[in-house]
Design a protein. Structure first.
Length: 140
């Protein structure tokens, strides 16, 4: 996969998103553990704490990859976008079940949060040049 050139702004947001993921991963293992457990839908057939630990490991790997694996940034961006899609049911479950976590204690705040997931997906793809990569595939 060809490495795509990105702007300084894209670089800034890629690093920022990577740091955000590392901080979220730290929260999985420490001060936000119960909040993340509350996100795991009841239909997931695994222990909620195990899901939180495993997703924290994935988040720290993705965050560090966003920051340091610049040669593979397009692949990392696509992988992070897929991860955001895969964890979205947890956000939906929080809204549907009225679960308070992360300071989201009203239906309105939980609903508003749902609209941020597509933004994260876009930033992951845009900041890594993945959108340009897909556009180039389409035009070739």
């Amino acid at each position: 996969m060809k490495n795509i050139e990105t702007t300084r702004t894209q670089h800034f947001f890629r690093i920022l998103l990577g740091l955000f993921m590392v901080m979220a991963a730290i929260g999985h293992f420490t001060f936000q553990r119960a909040d993340f457990q509350a996100q795991v839908p009841n239909w997931v057939p695994l222990d909620k704490d195990l899901v939180v630990i495993l997703s924290g490991i994935v988040e720290i790997a993705l965050g560090l990859s966003m920051i340091f694996l610049t040669k593979y940034k397009v692949i990392v961006g696509i992988t992070l976008a897929v991860f955001y899609v895969l964890v979205f049911p947890g956000n939906i479950a929080q809204y549907v079940n009225g679960t308070s976590a992360f300071g989201l204690d009203t239906d309105q705040s939980r609903l508003i949060r749902l609209f941020f997931q597509p933004v994260l997906i876009f930033i992951a793809l845009w900041s890594t040049g993945a959108i340009t990569y897909f556009r180039n595939l389409k035009n070739s």
